[in-house]
Design a protein around this ligand. Structure first.
Ligand SMILES: C[S@@+](CC[C@H](N)C(=O)[O-])C[C@H]1O[C@@H](n2cnc3c(N)ncnc32)[C@H](O)[C@@H]1O
Length: 288
């Protein structure tokens, strides 16, 4: 007897609930829709449609991966960020909604200064999937950008994502330690560096611990290693008055500001995420 779409959906949702997956109903919808090649918004309309045994097996294979804690984005191979679709690879972090706070911060700062349409030069240190740089280039039509990473595989994924978003002709991706080989004259340096304290890695949810790359997470003993490196080296790459904006962990804003102040930057502003945590710290290079 053939199952209907509605029955497959219920079965999928129940399997994820039994596996204690948060957001079981939403994840079931996304995975069943993808395996049946239906837009998720159309699932209720297709509820009575019969599903072949092969489609049922494909849907339940995806549900089984999610039950074993693989995130939906990893299973589908793409993740949405700032309204754009980003391909993922094992070497890239899944971009997070919190990181959209950094995009909002940059755009409000540019808009307040009337600079969104300027020919800006932007660097994104630790670019991963390219999410930050690609989102900004899509919003700033004249800007040019460079994304850096230690992982060659991540850089290749970022290049693909820039091309997919139609900004590949304004983006370069280069392997280096943080921003160490960047040239000078940048207007804006952005980073969402690895900032988890080393000892906290073991307590992360399996979705993160097992599936996000360690290089993208481990911020050293106090989680601040990358901020120190960037603060010590990035001044030489910025124009006078240029800005560094970094994403920070929920309790790191004060420490990160101190690190940048100690290398001659001035505090510009903080920005909170939707959960009310200070998520972005903006520091300005010496104004002349
Ligand atoms: C938290 S992830 C951020 C990825 C992406 N920017 C985002 O926001 O989704 C940190 C990134 O920094 C990269 N990374 C780690 N150590 C680095 C280093 N020493 N130099 C350059 N990139 C590094 C990782 O490979 C990873 O892609």
């Amino acid at each position: 007897m053939a199952f209907t779409v509605g029955e497959v959906l219920r079965r999928a949702r129940d399997a994820l609930r039994d596996a204690d997956i948060d957001g079981a109903a939403l994840d079931a919808r996304l995975l069943v829709a993808a395996s049946l090649a239906i837009d998720p918004s159309r699932l209720p309309l297709e509820s009575d449609r019969a599903v072949s045994d092969a489609d049922l097996a494909r849907a339940m294979a995806l549900i089984d991966r999610r039950a074993r804690r693989e995130p939906v984005g990893r299973i589908l191979g793409t993740r949405e960020f700032w309204g754009l679709s980003f391909r993922l690879s094992p070497e890239t972090l899944e971009p997070r909604p919190d990181t959209e706070t950094l995009i909002e911060a940059v755009l409000s700062w540019l808009d307040a200064a009337g600079r969104r349409h300027d020919r800006l030069s932007i660097a994104d240190i630790g670019t991963g999937s390219g999410a930050i740089l690609v989102a900004l280039l899509s919003e700033c039509p004249q800007a040019l950008g460079i994304g850096t990473d230690l992982s060659q595989a991540a850089l290749q994924t970022a290049r693909d994502n820039a091309a997919r978003a139609g900004v590949g002709d304004r983006a370069l991706f280069a392997r280096m330690d943080h921003g160490d080989a960047l040239g000078g004259g940048l207007d804006l340096v952005l980073s969402n560096p690895p900032y988890i304290r080393h000892d906290d890695l073991a307590g992360l949810a399996p979705e993160v611990r097992w599936f996000d790359p360690r290089l993208a997470l481990d911020g050293g003993p106090d989680g601040l290693r990358s901020y120190r490196h960037i603060a010590a080296t990035v001044g030489a790459t910025l124009r006078p008055g240029g800005m560094v904006m970094v994403e920070v962990g929920a309790d790191q804003a004060g420490d990160v500001e101190e690190i940048f102040r100690a290398t001659g930057f001035e505090f510009a502003f903080r920005r909170r995420d939707l959960g009310g945590h200070d998520r972005v710290v903006a520091m300005q290079h010496h104004v002349v």
